[in-house]
Design a protein around this ligand. Structure first.
Ligand code: HXC
Length: 520
């Protein structure tokens, strides 16, 4: 009887301690978090994971009190909640920074908790999702907290390309604290809630005199449309976490996993005559490439990445006949779909992610060339465009392309061409491959002849027409095997499905090397 009572007391003590750790920084701080329109770290985890699946680790870890003057401030679990659970039934590791405890700042103990779950995730081949809400390094701990960031950065880098890493910015991420998210694969932000910057508005004002608000400097709008740091932007935490779950349905848990294939009810074999109507024959007429993508994929379900940044190229995930694919396509509605610095970087990064995680690439091509101008040249379009070449050339996943309309100059070579290892290169009859557009070409090769002609305008039109007839079609490339087949647009989805099936056992490898030297 006595033993039983003692045991009960021990179990009661466990529950007391658990309750204590669940309180984080206390009710007043929780209320203040809610008043700011923010969820607490624990509410976020429960919203994110499958119901009832969260298994918490290290809830009794505390900060190193020897370095803190006020040892009464010791809080069980410190400023982060860590553990694992499931998303759509698959194991995911998660950490959620708790702003109610020292503003979610990173102490040595917090860093150790995060590193522990990163190590577990890497050993067990599962994604890691970080919910970030932190004032950065714990100021009172000095070098220990800085070292903690270093430990996390190292793990971010080691895990890169092995397990997917996702960061969700749900509060401040200041200074070096931005670099762990930056090393991960995808950054999600919530408008008005998440803010990332290396130096805050006060420091900027002191150093450069420039005045800017926290939101304008590092809010979701700035990072999703100007800097490209953020891949996704949503208006509420609920929607944002739902979309992180959605992203995980397109990607495998690790780099050794087979491509993600799910049952689909979508009609597989039906020709689609609508496709040719969407793309105008005139290469200068714009259209929305999203309309093309929507008709090629299962249930029209496309998870677009970087929706508001470098809009001249579209990248994102979809399923085709149940198989996850990464889609890259020019967007003729923006900058005529030309390749510029941002578009090159956006697509290159996406291609490398897909290649790391065995996700086949589908490229939809309609590109007038690289963007001309001093802004682009001085900004290093040569270096940044080279990243896109490098990414396509190095990718060993199945690479399927469809030339919808034009592919001029270097941009033709870049976009998953046969020479860069494209496995299947299809073209629509509207496809045109040439060094440049007809008018520019005629001005260069027939300029003198046209100037000295009796009727220069007439001769120019004739020469343009001859050039078009001779070179501006897909058949020259098809005659050289650089296009594998010219296809009727209506059969595009069927052809892509066959190609994916044919390439499903593709084996390819790179020469042995430590790693390449991508032009960063
Ligand atoms: C310890 C911190 C803290 C920190 C915030 N707090 N940041 N405690 N270390 N880094 C505490 C505050 O003292 C406060 O405690 C509580 O968290 C909430 O902070 P507030 O300032 O009241 O909140 P708010 O007004 O919303 O402002 C949030 C904030 C601001 C923008 C994050 O706190 C801030 O600027 N903090 C410092 C940010 C920073 O410079 N961090 C270092 C970056 S450099 P009480 O008890 O009063 O509620 C860095 C180096 C990493 O991180 C290097 C890696 C290589």
């Amino acid at each position: 009887m006595v033993n039983r009572r003692r045991k009960d007391r021990k179990i009661d003590r466990l529950h007391e301690l658990r309750d204590l750790s669940h309180q984080g920084g206390g009710q007043a701080k929780i209320d203040s978090q809610h008043k700011r329109g923010k969820l607490t770290a624990r509410e976020r985890i429960h919203l994110f994971l499958d119901e009832g699946s969260f298994e918490e680790l290290d809830s009794f870890v505390t900060q190193d009190i020897q370095n803190i003057e006020d040892s009464g401030n010791q809080i069980l679990g410190d400023a982060v909640i860590t553990g694992f659970g499931t998303v759509n039934g698959e194991t995911v590791f998660v950490y959620s920074q708790d702003f109610t405890v020292f503003g979610g700042s990173l102490s040595e103990a917090v860093a150790q908790k995060i590193c522990k779950i990163m190590d577990l995730a890497l050993q067990n081949g599962c994604p890691v999702v970080g919910l970030i809400d932190s004032g950065g390094a714990r100021i009172q701990e000095g070098v220990s907290s800085l070292a903690g960031y270093g430990d996390i950065f190292l793990r971010n880098t080691m895990a890169s390309g092995v397990i997917p890493q996702i960061s969700v910015i749900l509060g401040p991420a200041a200074g070096g604290a931005t670099y762990s998210p930056a090393l991960t694969d995808f950054i999600f932000m919530v408008s008005g809630v998440g803010q990332m910057y290396i130096t805050g508005p006060d420091v900027i004002k002191a150093v450069t005199g420039e005045q800017v608000t926290h939101e304008d400097l590092g809010g979701a709008a700035s990072h999703s449309s100007i800097s490209g740091v953020s891949h996704f932007r949503f208006d509420s935490e609920e929607e944002c976490l739902k979309q992180v779950r959605r992203l995980l349905t397109f990607i495998p848990s690790n780099n050794m996993e087979e491509p993600v294939i799910r049952e689909t009810s979508d009609e597989l074999e039906e020709p689609d005559t609508e496709l040719e109507r969407i793309v105008p024959e005139d290469p200068n007429q714009p259209y929305d490439v999203m309309d093309v993508i929507g008709r090629l994929i299962d249930q029209g379900d496309f998870m677009e990445i970087h929706h508001s940044w470098a809009k001249n190229i579209v990248v994102g995930f979809a399923k085709i006949a149940g198989q996850s694919v990464g889609i890259v396509g020019q967007q003729p509605e923006h900058l005529a779909g030309s390749l510029d610095i941002d578009a090159s970087v956006k697509a290159a990064r996406f291609i490398r992610f897909c290649d790391s995680f065995n996700i086949p690439l589908l490229t939809l091509i309609d590109v007038p060339g690289f963007m001309p101008g001093t802004a682009q040249e001085y900004g290093g379009i040569i270096r940044h465009g080279a990243k896109l070449i490098y990414a396509y050339a190095e990718a060993t996943v199945p690479k399927i392309s469809v030339l919808l309309r034009k592919a001029y100059g270097g941009a033709y070579i870049v976009m998953s061409s046969k020479m860069l290892g494209g496995d299947i290169n299809y073209a629509w009859p509207t496809g045109e491959i040439a060094v440049m557009g007809a008018e520019g070409a005629v001005n260069i090769i027939h300029g003198k002849e046209i100037k000295s002609a009796q009727d220069p305008e007439k001769l120019k039109s004739e020469r343009i027409e001859q050039y078009r007839q001779k070179l501006m079609n897909p058949y020259v490339a098809a005659s050289k095997g650089l296009i594998d087949a010219v296809i009727d647009p209506s059969e595009t989805r069927i052809k892509i499905i066959s190609a994916l099936k044919m390439l499903s056992n593709k084996r390819d490898s790179l020469p042995i090397k430590k790693h390449g030297s991508i032009p960063l």
